[in-house]
Design a binder for this molecule. Sequence first.
Ligand SMILES: [Fe+2]
Length: 151
Amino acid sequence: MAENFMEWEDRLSIGIPVIDIQHRRLVEITNKLYEACRQGGRAIRGHFIATLHETVDYTCYHFGTEDKIMQRIRYPEYAAHKKEHDDFIIKVLKQMQDYEDEKIYAPHAMVRYLRDWILSHIAITDLKLGTYLLEMKKTGALGKVIIEPEN
Ligand SMILES: [Fe+2]
C-alpha cells in the first residue's frame, strides 16, 4: 500500500473531540489531494481541481466550527486565531485561482503548503485554544459550549 503523505499522530490531538475529529478528516482529505496530484500530467487536472475545491470547502466548514466555539467562550485570542484562518483561506484561494487560470502549475507545492500550514496551525494555535477550553472545562466554566461531536 502506498505510504500516506500525511499521518495522523496522537501528538496532534488537542483534547477537544469535535475539533480533533475534524483535524483527522483534514489529514485524510490532504492525503487524497496528494494522491490526486501524484498521478501527474494534465489529464488529471480536472480531478485535482475538484479535490482542491473539496479540501477548501471542508477547511472552511472546520474553521466555522472553531469560530463558533471561540465566539461562544469569548476567547481572548479570537482575533489573532481568526486572522490566521482568514489569511490562509485568502492565500489558498489565490493559489487555486492562479492554478485554474494556468498562471502556475505547481500542485505539489500547493499540497505541501497545505500540509505544512495545517500541521503548524494545529501544533501551535489550535493547541492553545484546546488548552484554554480544557482549563475552562476543569473549572466548570465551559457551560453549554459543545466540545463533543454531534451525532
Ligand atoms: Fe484553528
